[in-house]
Design a protein around this ligand. Structure first.
Ligand code: ADP
Length: 484
């Protein structure tokens, strides 16, 4: 199979306005998670490529991109939005092939990317400072300025959506971007960079350096010419990014995943809740930062909920991405090993249900059986650690107090959902749950492009999405003008 995202050789970096091989000439293979075959080779970028990309971004800030008005930035992003829609089928297929996600999820991700570009296109010229009342004779105001060069490192689970939310906001705010996609899934990042070029981004406004994390990623995060770092990925690497940023005293936005609960109270509308309890956990084979991997259920309805979820688990279709299954493979055989290792630690829990893998699923594919555990130990490793696979635990609780204690009982705090019709309880939960987002009688808001997103604790800090992201990609300058 030959793969040419938007007609490109997949083994290249974009530096300034030129697609070029990595300085070292090295490439690395990209695998198809559905069958383990090699899809193509991508550039194995390194420090020299990052140096060149940062230099190109700095030149863009000092030149054409730095002079581009907010209105014009919005127009370029609008053209990018249009081009994403024009190439929707190809982008969905690339993402599905590369990540192993069902084709319909690939299409949903294209819609997400397009929507980020649309939102930030419209927002670009609506971001402004304030005037501040001060003493007579003074005019005091604030300017919102881009940081300069924004380094963005994205993971493999939702490349398009995460690039859309980070690069879309960074560009709208006027930063020049150096983007490092994940070595497991880089194809749509290449397509995105080409779309930026075709939409009229000046040279150097958006640069792309694919490659391994400890090489291209670390070189970017440590680079002295980078003024803001944005990272989505594991806690382990998030810690490194924060350390690197500390060396250069630059701000960082970290989105590091979670162990997000949905709480089913005794008065929940189960008809509405059930499909969401499962889809929020198993979407993208559970490889979602905001995956709802813990289902907390009031003891009065625990057996009913676990049995209803188990029935749905047993009906799940698990197979190759191109068959549009309910659950595709995980991203790699390495990731499969990590998830299976967790499953092995659940020996003391009841497996309420396991889904079967399609008999004709290719042998080399990274398939994991989606598994629901009944778990009466809220501090069990499976109820505490992020697994990043199609695994959920159902935990009983006896009252609101206990539900809150369990919900807040992990080191993470990204998202939470509550299913209850009781108004005061809704208000209390929204206030007392420790998370960046709380959903009442829904979960996830289909990606929630407009809704600020980010974590507390090990889930990270800084906010993405919506206008909050634009604030994160700008810094405030205060001006005091004395005119007597
Ligand atoms: P996962 O464990 O889910 O693969 P990672 O946190 O390892 O998530 O990877 C997320 C992103 O971080 C990827 O783009 C990866 O290449 C990058 N990365 C991995 N290690 C480093 C590192 N030492 N420095 C900078 N980036 C890294």
């Amino acid at each position: 199979m030959t793969i040419h995202p938007l007609g490109l050789d997949p083994g290249l970096c974009l530096i300034g306005d030129a697609w070029c091989a990595a300085d070292s000439g090295d490439r690395l293979p990209l695998y198809n998670p559905s069958d383990g075959s090699v899809l193509c080779e991508i550039a194995a970028g390194g420090a020299a490529d990052v140096d060149a990309a940062v230099a190109a971004a700095q030149a863009a800030m000092a030149g054409a991109w730095g002079r581009t008005t907010a209105m014009e930035r919005g127009r370029i992003l609008h053209r990018m939005h249009r081009l994403v829609l024009d190439h929707a089928d190809e982008l969905a297929q690339l993402e599905s092939l590369d990540v192993g996600k069902p084709l319909k999820q690939g299409h949903a991700d294209v819609v997400g990317l397009a929507r980020y570009l649309e939102f930030y296109a419209g927002a670009a010229d609506k971001l402004h400072g304030d005037t501040i009342p001060y003493q007579n004779g003074f005019t005091v105001y604030t300017l919102r300025e881009p940081h300069g060069v924004a380094g963005i490192i994205v993971p493999w689970n939702y490349p398009m959506q995460i690039i859309g939310r980070a690069a879309g906001a960074a560009l709208a705010a006027g930063n020049a971007v150096v983007l490092k996609p994940a070595e497991e899934a880089s194809l749509t990042a290449l397509a995105f960079a080409e779309i930026g070029r075709r939409a009229g981004l000046p040279a150097g406004a958006l640069n792309l350096v694919p490659g391994r994390g400890p090489e291209a990623g670390a070189a970017l995060a440590r680079h002295r010419g980078v003024h803001h770092m944005s990272f989505t990925g594991s806690v382990r690497v998030g810690r490194l990014i924060q350390q690197y940023a500390a060396e250069n005293i630059v701000p960082v936005t970290l989105e590091l995943g979670g162990k997000s609960p949905q709480i089913v109270f005794g008065d929940a509308d189960l008809g509405a809740a059930l499909p969401v309890l499962i889809s929020a956990g198993l979407q993208n084979a559970g490889q979602t930062c905001s995956a709802s991997s813990r289902i907390l259920v009031h003891q009065s309805r625990y057996d009913e909920v676990v049995e209803a979820m188990a029935e749905r688990y047993r009906a799940l279709r698990v197979g190759p991405a191109s068959d549009n299954p309910d659950v595709g493979p995980v991203v790699s055989n390495r990731q499969k090993g990590i998830v299976e290792d967790f499953l092995g630690q659940g020996g003391d829990l009841t497996r309420a249900a396991e889904a079967d893998i399609a008999a004709d699923a290719p042998n080399g594919g990274a398939y994991v059986r989606p598994t629901l555990f009944a778990c009466d130990k809220p501090d069990h490793v499976l109820a505490r650690d992020e697994i990043f696979g199609p695994v959920q635990v159902a935990i009983p609780f006896s009252d609101d107090e206990e539900a809150l204690a369990i919900a807040n009982g992990t080191d993470y705090g990204l998202v939470a959902g509550c299913w209850t019709m009781n108004g005061p309880r809704q208000m209390r939960m929204a206030k007392e749950i420790r998370a960046g987002q709380v959903y009442i009688n829904n979960y996830g808001a289909g990606g929630g492009i407009e809704i600020p997103f980010g974590g507390v604790g090990l889930s990270g800090h800084g906010r993405e999405k919506g206008f909050e992201a634009l604030h994160g990609f700008t810094r405030v300058k205060a001006v005091s003008n004395f005119h007597g």
